[in-house]
Design a protein around this ligand. Structure first.
Ligand SMILES: Nc1nc2c(ncn2[C@@H]2O[C@H](COP(=O)(O)OP(=O)(O)O)[C@@H](O)[C@H]2O)c(=O)[nH]1
Ligand SMILES: [Mg+2]
Ligand SMILES: [Zn+2]
Length: 261
């Protein structure tokens, strides 16, 4: 049983409850453990992934963002990008590199947990759905949750991300019910996703702007690495695909191929 599973309960005579059945999952988020060589389900019944980053302090890590988006695509889950600390962006606003994600089909929401700007838009996205809320530490995930639900009073800053077992920490396997329906699932493991178990031939589909191009590659089994007549590489060369997206693809491809042996 994992975060997000729906179960049926039986109430015992002493008033406590016993789980009698885990209901079928309509979706799941999993990773393949390289060491154990098996699938590890991180969360069940997930509706979407929210990849949370900050515009500054720390700067957005687009390679990690690409990885998280690829994980979402590989699980057929829609993803939304949250850019927090909008107050630190100054006049520059959202850098073009980040704005480019909305051009390829990912909504980009800007928030400021300290002023509450953009939080209502985010709340609207989260209502009634189970969302995996993920991103590197320090970007303001706990602060955003506190802005949404002050009664939660999550620890912010340097305190116990990894160690704490108390109810106020964001350690593994927490499902936070939202006041207007829906849940946030905190699944730290998603960041360490390894594409073992992913067919290298399927990986290009995890990069949505590659999808319409792959059929134009000269070779049907093109891996979009250095093959002649590769439509993906041509698009990278002419600037219509961002180079870091291709680099992120190549690193996942390498890992997927390595895992295959
Ligand atoms: N300037 C600014 N700082 C923020 C914002 N949101 C969070 N912070 C700060 O960023 C740091 C990390 O926040 P935290 O919520 O613990 O991040 P988490 O590790 O992703 O949960 C804390 O010092 C927060 O006060 C924001 O919107 N603007
Ligand atoms: Mg936190
Ligand atoms: Zn190709």
């Amino acid at each position: 049983m994992v975060v997000g599973d729906l179960v049926t309960l039986e109430q015992l005579e002493d008033g406590s409850c016993r789980i009698t059945e885990v209901l079928p999952r309509h979706s799941r988020l999993s990773r393949h453990s390289m060491a154990k060589r098996r699938e590890q389900v991180l969360a069940a019944n997930v509706d979407q992934v929210a990849a949370v980053f900050s515009l500054a302090r720390p700067e957005p890590d687009v390679r990690l963002l690409d990885r998280l988006l690829a994980v979402a695509e590989l699980h057929d889950l829609p993803a939304v990008i949250v850019m927090n600390k909008a107050d630190l962006a100054g006049d520059v606003g959202v850098p073009p590199e980040i704005a480019a994600y909305s051009e390829i089909g990912y909504p980009v929401l800007c928030t400021c947990a300290t002023t509450g700007a953009g939080i209502p838009d985010l709340q609207e996205r989260l209502a009634g759905r189970i969302t995996v809320f993920t991103g590197p530490s320090g970007v303001g995930k706990s602060s955003i949750l506190n802005a949404i639900m002050p009664e939660l009073d999550l620890r912010v800053g340097t305190v116990g991300e990894k160690t704490g077992k108390g109810k106020h920490t964001t350690s593994a396997g927490l499902l936070i019910p939202l006041t207007d329906g829906g849940y946030l699932a905190d699944t730290p493991g998603i960041q360490y996703f390894e594409p073992a178990g992913v067919d290298p031939a399927d990986l290009a589909h995890a990069f949505r702007e590659f999808r319409p191009l792959v059929e134009h590659c000269r070779f049907a089994d093109c891996r979009h690495r250095a093959e002649p007549g590769c439509a993906v590489i041509e698009a990278v060369t002419d600037g219509s695909i961002a180079e870091h997206r291709h680099v992120s693809y190549l690193s996942l491809l390498e890992a997927a191929e390595e895992a295959r042996g």
